[in-house]
Design a protein around this ligand. Structure first.
Ligand code: UDP
Length: 323
């Protein structure tokens, strides 16, 4: 198939592209390179276009497209609280421009990057797809709005879609020359590893009084290559089943911030010290996915799910980052 990967120069997008290429799909990457990296576009051609400039999008469809994967988004919770207009513009209006371009070019399949942030404060130990959607920040709300748009588009015009709600995407594929590189970096595992290497600021652990076993937040870390696999499986599902689908993607196991640091000490063999800092605004205590539906319906089975494997791959990337 010829897949148009919007945001394919970014972290999750570039890993998905590598897996699509491995499986023999033809790829066009559409990216405005605002947060992505030209060096991460190692497979397929790059169309430098912007979802906020709708007329630039047609170039990406010149070669007929079978399906779109849509990773473009602003994705920082704290930034979304400070800049709500920018988040709704990029994530909602930008996606509408993409959906309209798809309509102009007769493309009827899309895999959409969604997030655990659509759920807001968790009301269960394991969050399944039926959990109430009550986002508590513009980032989560913008993703939920797009999920609703996709459902309405399925009803109105038969658009086929799969929304994949990532829990904590982590890890890298250093052997493929790609990994995680954000600026500024806000995510835990890269911050821990930069601190181990001495290339980042001193590590801060946000919050020690959460109602969790060691008082720090618990998250469900899932390898970015496993997320990539789910995107490929979503293509198959859209062939079989019409409608708008949604899946939660995680390992079903939670690790606290302190457990992540301890695992990173073991994997890297380096001492990693940190400062205790106050809670970060908007962080729920405990966020762990039930991915039963993804396993049953998509046939998804994470292959790199052990926290050691995730951190080891990220560490090897951080030792020799290509960008
Ligand atoms: N965290 C931390 N120090 C950091 C970065 C993150 O203590 O430098 C904590 C953060 O407060 C949260 C967890 O690590 O409890 C995971 O944060 P991350 O930003 O990686 O992902 P999120 O769950 O916010 O999507």
């Amino acid at each position: 198939m010829h897949i148009l990967v919007c945001g394919g120069a970014g972290y999750v997008g570039s890993h998905a592209v590598s897996v699509l290429a491995e499986q023999g799909h033809r790829i066009t990457v559409l990216d405005n390179l605002s947060t992505g990296h030209r060096e991460a576009v190692r497979w397929g051609r790059l169309v430098d276009a912007d979802l906020m400039a709708p007329t630039t999008l047609d170039r990406a469809f010149e070669d007929p497209v079978d399906a779109v994967m849509h990773f473009c988004a602003r994705s920082l919770v704290a930034e979304s609280l400070a800049q709500p207009y920018a988040y709704y513009q990029n994530n909602v209006a930008g996606t509408l421009h993409l959906l309209e371009a798809m309509q102009r070019h007769g493309v009827e399949r899309i895999v959409f990057s969604s997030t655990a942030a659509v759920f807001g404060h968790p009301q269960a130990m394991l969050i399944d797809e039926a959990h109430p959607k009550a986002p508590i920040n513009p980032y989560g709300a913008s993703k939920w709005m797009v999920e609703e748009i996709l459902r309405h588009a399925a009803q109105a015009r038969g658009l086929r879609s799969v929304a994949l709600r990532y829990f904590n995407a982590a890890g890298a594929a250093p052997e493929r020359g790609i990994g995680e590189s954000h600026s500024p970096e806000t995510h835990l595992i890269p911050n821990v590893l930069r601190s181990a290497l001495g290339t980042g600021p001193r590590l801060k652990v946000f919050g020690h009084d959460y109602p969790t076993p060691d008082g720090t937040c618990v998250r469900d870390y899932v390898h970015v290559l496993d997320l990539a696999d789910a995107h490929v499986l979503a293509l198959d599902l859209m062939e079989r089943e019409p409608g708008a689908h949604a899946f939660n993607l995680g390992n079903g196991t939670g690790f606290s911030v302190l457990q992540v640091i301890e695992t990173a000490r073991r994997v890297t063999g380096r001492g990693i010290s940190f400062d205790r800092a106050p809670r970060r605004a908007g962080d729920p205590a405990y966020l762990v996915a039930s991915s039963e539906k993804a396993r049953d319906v998509l046939g998804w089975s994470p292959r790199h799910s052990a926290l050691e494997t995730i951190i080891d791959s990220a560490w090897r990337w951080h030792l020799a980052p290509a960008f």
